[in-house]
Design a protein around this ligand. Structure first.
Ligand code: PHE
Length: 340
């Protein structure tokens, strides 16, 4: 038995030295150390030995096993290293090539635009007030002077969560929250955020979009303050040469209400496809905060006055970048997103 073990060890070591290819390694392992290999075969003979011989032979068998296993591991490393060196030498792998760049991603175009808007208003002293996207009917409509029966509700197609709760159709309900939280102190805030309308989705309208609301409450605030603020914004955002046009309008929560346009940034007022040949682009709906709304917010309209505006975010971004379809903002196509 002991001789057979010694012979097996020698045979194994020699066979190992003769190996050249990685693929030969498992073949060798199966032959010598596998469950049906030569060592196992020999061990089966242990039972036939006398009780005196058995421990000695068992110990020796273990030694052979360990020795072969160690030799195998060493040879395996040698062969693998040799294969690596050969591959390097043959030029198959150039380890001096730069690695593949990791794409870190970047901000969404809407986020970029929002940040720029925030920056401009921050310079004018406006803070940001956050307000939820799911609102009560009361905040979204009633406290903004739009009672249930009022036809002005038709200005906003609404997603209803239940009879009292809606996906906000505009950022204006934030006005109520902000006033109730801050009265009787002056306010100068913008309220950026998502709004939702139950609308047919087309290249020009999505059922979700961003708005930035503005609200200033104080003593002796006038419509000229509103117009001046919007002019400053338009010039910072769209170029110093911008001019504004004011049209009268209607919103239930402002009185008087206005629509603010600026001269088209592409044709500078001459008329082109972007401005639909009018020379003007819509910037915001706005007005002086309605006395009823001031009162709902906790301010006495005899003492306080204020202005509010609401503007879109995607539209101006579309103008700037010549984007023809608002749906690109929301369908997560990287080919679109990576352009900005
Ligand atoms: N909330 C209005 C809209 O979504 C815009 C607006 C805001 C008008 C504030 C006046 C004052 O159409």
């Amino acid at each position: 038995m002991l001789e057979a073990l010694a012979a097996l060890e020698k045979e194994g070591q020699e066979a190992l030295k003769a190996l050249r290819e990685e693929s030969e390694l498992p073949v060798w392992y199966r032959e010598f150390l596998g469950r049906k290999g030569k060592l196992t075969d020999l061990l089966r003979g242990l039972g036939a030995l006398s009780p005196e011989e058995r421990p000695k032979a068992g110990q020796r068998a273990n030694e052979v096993k360990t020795a072969l296993e160690e030799a195998f591991a060493t040879r395996q490393t040698e062969i693998k290293n040799a294969a690596m060196e050969a591959s390097l030498a043959s030029g198959g792998l150039d380890i001096t090539l730069p690695g593949r760049p990791v794409s870190p991603g970047h901000l969404h175009l809407s986020t970029h635009t929002l940040r720029r808007i925030r920056e401009i208003f921050a310079e004018m002293g406006f803070q940001v007030y956050d307000s939820p996207e799911v609102e009560t009917d009361e905040n979204n409509f009633e406290l903004l002077n739009i009672p249930p029966y009022h036809p002005a509700r038709d200005m906003w197609d609404t997603f209803w969560v239940n009879e009292q709760v809606v996906m906000r159709t505009h950022t204006s309900p934030g006005q109520i929250r902000c006033m109730r939280e801050n009265h009787p102190h002056p306010i100068r805030v913008i309220l950026p955020g998502k709004c939702y309308r139950y609308e047919q989705i087309t290249p020009r309208s999505e059922h979700q979009f961003y708005q930035v609301e503005g609200l200033a409450i104080g003593h002796n605030i006038r419509i000229t303050d509103l117009i001046g603020t919007m002019r400053e914004f338009a010039r910072k955002m769209h170029g110093e040469e911008r001019r504004l046009r004011i049209r009268s309008s209607y919103f239930p929560f402002t009185e008087p209400s206005i629509e603010i346009d600026m001269d088209c940034i592409l044709c500078v007022g001459k008329g082109c496809r972007v401005c639909k040949h009018t020379g003007w682009l819509e910037v915001a709906g706005a007005g002086m905060v309605h006395p009823v709304v001031l009162r709902n917010g906790g301010y006495d309209p005899e003492e306080w006055s204020g202005f509010a505006f609401g503007m879109g975010v995607e539209r101006p971004a579309m103008l700037h970048h010549g984007i023809e379809d608002i749906r690109f903002f929301y369908n997560n196509d990287l080919r679109f997103l990576q352009q900005f």
